[in-house]
Design a protein around this ligand. Sequence first.
Ligand SMILES: Nc1nc2c(ncn2[C@@H]2O[C@H](COP(=O)(O)OP(=O)(O)OP(=O)(O)O)[C@@H](O)[C@H]2O)c(=O)[nH]1
Ligand SMILES: [Mg+2]
Length: 300
Amino acid sequence: MKISLVGLSGCGKTSIYLTTLGGMTPNETRDLGPTVMHDVKSHNYLGLEISLWDFGGQEEYRQSYFERPQLLTNTTALIFVLDLHQPEQFDEANRYFTNVYKVIQEGGGAPTIYVFYHKYDTEDYFEAKLKESLVKAKALPFIKEYTPQAYITSIYRQDELSDVFRQILIADFKELQDSVQKAQENLAKLNSKIIVSDVNGNVITHNIKGFATGIQLREDLRDYILACNVIRENFLTTDSANFSAVSEVKRLDLHVFNYVLSVMIMLEKGAKLDDPNDIKSLLKEMEIFANVILEASKED
Ligand SMILES: Nc1nc2c(ncn2[C@@H]2O[C@H](COP(=O)(O)OP(=O)(O)OP(=O)(O)O)[C@@H](O)[C@H]2O)c(=O)[nH]1
Ligand SMILES: [Mg+2]
């Protein structure tokens, strides 16, 4: 799967990548310089091979993409980012999108189109103007013509942005989407703090604040999963295994399913315990989820 992030310079493409898959916090993106040409990043998410192309939006680079259309043509998901803080550039953005899409189409590509109405926040901007920009953006000719799937986004609203990004990553895999939804519903019912991620530390869903930076799991927990996974593979030599880290005040149970899915359950002293049967049924569901992931990665 090839995801192309496209939009005018400064609209926030690199920041979107870095705060979702790149493990960076929103404030750390403030001093980013413009991307030179295009940047390609590879990611394994739920066993799917994702290549993410961040196309620098400065005028000279934009021109160069039209001279080398093959850079764009095999895009499977085209994310076009519109900067709501720069409504005076909307016409230029409209032209850019139209040209990019034309080039992809002429090359035989037919990507799913997503639009991010981005920077929907009042960091360095006024609320009244923001709403005005959004109305104006939604009325742009290319939106009317191509009716893309549109999302209102901001790197300062990380949980929502990560959710949008996750949806795009698994958009072609209906079974994965169903499993993710089931996992979310299950987690909402439980008191225990739980994180479901893949073994690379990409968070799929969780019910705790502060344990992730975008889609990336907190580093210490990611390292823990990786270390346990080495033991699973080399010492236990099974595809699935459980690990426990226990102290007097905390307990962390890690369940690895089919070498692809990890479920972490955290308990603190005095916390309300769930019915063990509910935990058991969650884990049963997650085992099924792991099989779905394996099937999807074969299809990929
Ligand atoms: N307020 C606000 N600022 C943002 C948001 N996303 C990105 N920015 C800021 O916008 C500036 C430019 O972001 P970049 O990610 O470098 O923009 P870009 O689209 O990659 O630009 P080029 O590489 O030149 O094409 C940075 O200072 C970011 O912190 C957002 O959602 N809200
Ligand atoms: Mg950039």
